[in-house]
Design a protein around this ligand. Structure first.
Ligand SMILES: Cc1cc2nc3c(=O)[nH]c(=O)nc-3n(C[C@H](O)[C@H](O)[C@H](O)COP(=O)(O)O)c2cc1C
Length: 145
């Protein structure tokens, strides 16, 4: 099976997470790691697409949203999401769950299929790095793909 891991990053955390995920998956799958900011779009012919994105201002960032739209347009794909965030999952305004669910609904509506619950990775503060233990979370997430 071919897997595309597409990441968007401003501060490097999603690149780090995407690379760790690629390393976890590459024993079992053919993995294509691509950067959304460098213009990656769509599935690139992969059977499964994993999108890694930051949340900013209570939403997935614009370039990630554009990438997700390109997946929605294709339809018929398997997908999974990794979302990095600084706010608590319970935060009313800035939590990452609401926007993630919104995009899952858009992708599902377009005939795509979520194959594992999203992985939420918290960073230490608004410009911080991934909290300790993220490698194990990625390993666990990868084992479900
Ligand atoms: C301008 C700005 C807005 C942000 N807004 C949010 C937010 O609404 N919710 C949240 O949980 N984290 C927020 N964050 C933290 C980002 O989620 C965090 O910087 C990001 O996950 C790191 O990913 P990256 O290193 O790949 O860019 C914000 C960060 C910045 C710089």
């Amino acid at each position: 099976m071919k897997v595309r891991v597409a990441y968007m990053t401003y501060l490097g955390n999603n690149q780090k997470a995407a690379e760790a995920l690629r390393d976890e998956l590459s024993d079992r799958y053919e993995v294509d790691l691509v950067s959304i900011s460098e213009g990656a779009s769509g599935s690139g012919g992969a059977d499964l697409v994993v999108v890694c994105s930051p949340v900013r201002m209570g939403n997935l960032v614009r370039k990630s949203r554009r990438f997700l739209k390109s997946l929605a347009k294709e339809g018929g794909l398997k997908y999974a999401l990794v979302v990095t965030h600084a706010s608590e999952l319970t935060d009313e305004k800035f939590n990452p769950i609401k926007p993630t669910k919104k995009w899952m609904a858009i992708l599902d509506e377009a005939g795509n299929r979520l194959i594992s619950e999203p992985l939420y990775l918290q960073v230490t503060d608004i410009k911080g790095s991934l909290k300790e233990g993220y490698e194990q979370k990625i390993e666990q997430f990868a084992s479900n793909l």
